[in-house]
Design a protein around this ligand. Structure first.
Ligand SMILES: *[C@@H]1O[C@H](CO)[C@@H](O)[C@H](O)[C@H]1NC(C)=O
Ligand SMILES: *[C@@H]1O[C@H](CO)[C@@H](O)[C@H](O)[C@H]1NC(C)=O
Length: 203
């Protein structure tokens, strides 16, 4: 028991001496060097059905070499402030490892100096809320070094809404009720037919 807690303590201490615990990347320290756009058929989208097309690239006003450390681009779907109110589990924190703004992965790809585009079908488990899209540039150690988003700094423009798939559920429920009703009717029909057959046989 004591040995186990000692080992656990050692792991925690060692973990904190490694880079991950010391290097606390803050969002405010990142430069916004990526230009990100998201296009979608309408402002209100359906999870599991509608697609979002995301395009990203380096903002050309930055000097050449700005992107020299960029290795990977990670695009995420993020909660807009209106959908974070009273929801601690979606809270924005400057400390990126604690930040819960962006919880859904759209795509992760090697960085290229040219613009890239990716089409993403909104996953069915994405909850109904208002969102924006953000891309992080990661370095060789998978650490965030820059970002870009399809909205302004205050996260008020170009937001879109995702609707959960309740409509689909309702129609499925109706279908299963109809099916059960049909089964009962069929069963009853079968039962009476058998009974009548039995009666005929008795006569
Ligand atoms: C590119 O960066 C400059 C300087 O930060 C900024 O003023 C401009 O709005 C950016 N362009 C786009 C398309 O985001
Ligand atoms: C990349 O995207 C930006 C912003 O949408 C655009 O201004 C630029 O011309 C594009 N570059 C290329 C090479 O397509």
């Amino acid at each position: 028991m004591a040995a186990r807690s000692l080992l656990l303590g050692l792991i925690v201490v060692l973990g904190c001496f490694s880079e991950t615990c010391l290097a606390t990347i803050s969002f405010s320290s990142l430069q916004r060097t990526l230009v990100v756009t998201a296009s979608h058929p309408q402002r209100l989208l359906k999870a599991g059905e509608d697609k979002i097309t995301v395009t990203w690239g380096l903002n050309q006003t930055f000097p050449t070499g700005t992107d020299s450390a960029y290795k990977t681009i990670k695009v995420q779907l993020c909660y807009a402030p209106i959908s974070q109110v009273d929801r601690a589990w979606r809270k924005t924190e400057d400390h990126l490892s604690k930040d819960k703004t962006c919880q859904f992965k759209v795509v992760k790809r090697p960085y290229t100096t040219t613009n890239q585009t990716s089409e993403w079908t909104i996953e069915r488990d994405v909850p109904a809320a208002t969102y924006f899209v953000r891309a992080y540039a990661l370095d060789a150690e998978d650490k965030e070094v820059a970002y870009g988003q399809n909205t302004d700094a205050k996260k008020t423009t170009n937001l879109f809404e995702i609707q959960a798939i309740t409509g689909r559920h309702a129609s499925l429920d109706i279908a299963s009720v109809c099916f059960s009703a049909f089964s009962i009717v069929a069963l009853m029909g079968f039962f009476f037919a058998e009974k009548r057959k039995g009666r005929k046989a008795q006569q």
